[in-house]
Design a protein around this ligand. Structure first.
Ligand code: CAA
Length: 380
């Protein structure tokens, strides 16, 4: 697919980072070692990968949207965990401040976001509010010149490396749904914010997650993102970008599955010939390649719509839904091609299989993506 010189350059930079910096420490990163994760963040910041889509006035590279998604795809070929960590920081941490923040908030946060001196996280999900994200119960009560937050959040990627959380809380308790929610920037060191270990995850071991509780957590008014009552819309618009990001990450994982399968099929002998000589295996490889190209079209075209300033919510959901399901299918087939070895930790496809599973769960399940797509279709 045609890429511009900038896009090719940024893609090459990400590839070099993966080869030189990430691959040598991948096995340690994937044990969940936070120090290695932090070292990778430092390196990504040093070479400019953490500030790609941000304007130059904040120190960013102001590259186009697709360039940023290409970086996520490249990193995900090695570690979807690190790619997810980066994507949460940029798509769901920094960009909401760029798009909806005051000048003061942008000045206070964005230069540090770009350099990853401040890593961002996104706190929407609550124990009772997963797919039904508008039903969150965390409350923010007005108190003098600020708000007092009480409640809890879970499944928060970057919880232990973040400096701030873009979080929803209910400022209007008369309204039980989405319109009662407001967005806040809550700094990690805010008294009353407690960060807990999350449950053990199936995959994405190389990125951290945790749970938050707000216990009479006082947040100044200057930390409110936009007006009261528009928090849900801000979160949904941010997730539109996040969903293209997860589509790109899914694409990367699927490509890794195909690459590993091709290599293995060419060198593994059974019945006196390589696996690649069996038509049954060739059909699998061909299907994987075809589905990857179909997903690539959806992901890149959603990115291009965003870049052109056109509506892209429906297309983001299509890209995320298709690419994440395709990624799961490719991971399943990769394990099948590897046979018993694919079920061991000696080969990376076992990790791809576990990592793939969350792609069709987080940032909206496949069923939620289809709901979004159908809503757009029905409203015409
Ligand atoms: N852009 C702008 N506005 C939007 C919007 C969008 N993409 N989506 C919805 N809205 C607006 C609607 O227009 C509506 O406003 P009006 O009433 O003024 O028209 C308002 O928001 C409420 O919309 P809905 O009635 O559609 O809301 P709903 O309660 O029915 O929910 C939903 C819609 C699509 C199901 C939504 O709740 C959703 O996306 N759920 C999934 C949640 C999710 O993705 N969670 C991810 C967790 S974060 C995570 O995983 C990050 C991580 O750490 C990796």
């Amino acid at each position: 697919m045609f890429l511009t010189e900038t896009q090719l350059g940024v893609q090459a930079l990400a590839r070099e980072f993966v080869q030189k910096d990430l691959n040598p420490v991948l096995s340690v990163l994937e044990t969940g070692d936070l120090n290695t994760l932090k070292a990778m963040w430092q390196r990504m910041a040093d070479i400019g990968l953490t500030g790609l889509p941000f304007p130059e006035e904040y120190g960013g590279s102001a590259v186009d949207s697709l360039s940023y998604f290409l970086v996520l795809e490249e990193i995900a070929k090695a570690s979807s965990a690190l790619a997810t960590s980066l994507s949460v920081h940029v798509s769901l941490g920094g960009l909401p401040i760029l798009y909806y923040g005051t000048d003061d908030q942008k000045a206070r946060y964005l230069p540090d976001v770009v350099q990853a001196k401040k890593i961002g996280a996104f706190a929407l999900t609550e124990p009772n509010a997963g797919s039904d994200a508008g039903s969150g119960l965390t409350k923010a009560e007005k108190n003098g010149s600020g708000y007092v937050l009480n409640g809890s959040k879970l499944f928060i990627t970057n919880a232990f490396i973040a400096s701030f959380f873009v979080s929803t809380a209910r400022t209007n308790r008369e309204i039980s749904g989405a319109k009662g929610l407001t967005a806040f920037l809550v700094d990690t060191e805010t008294p009353g914010l407690v960060i807990h270990e999350g449950d053990e995850k199936m995959g994405l071991k190389g990125s951290d997650w945790g749970e938050l509780t707000f216990e009479d957590c006082k947040v100044p008014e200057a930390q409110r993102l936009s007006e009261e009552g528009v928090g849900f819309k801000i979160f949904m618009k941010s997730l539109d970008i996040g969903r293209i990001s997860i589509g790109a990450i899914s694409l990367g994982v699927a490509e890794a599955c195909l690459d590993a399968s091709l290599e293995y099929a060419k060198q593994r002998y059974q019945f006196g010939k390589t696996l690649s000589e069996f038509q049954a295996i060739q059909m699998k490889l061909a299907d994987m390649a075809m589905q990857i190209e179909a997903a690539r079209s959806l992901v890149y075209s959603a990115a291009r719509l965003k870049e052109a300033g056109l509506p892209f919510s429906k297309e983001a959901s299509m890209a995320k839904c298709y690419a994440s399901e395709m990624c799961n299918a490719c991971a399943r087939e990769a394990v099948q091609i590897f046979g018993g070895y694919g079920y061991t930790k000696d080969f990376p496809v076992e990790r791809y299989f576990r990592d793939a599973r969350v792609m069709s769960l987080f940032e909206g399940t496949s069923q939620i993506q289809r709901t979004v797509i159908a809503k757009h279709l029905l409203k015409g």
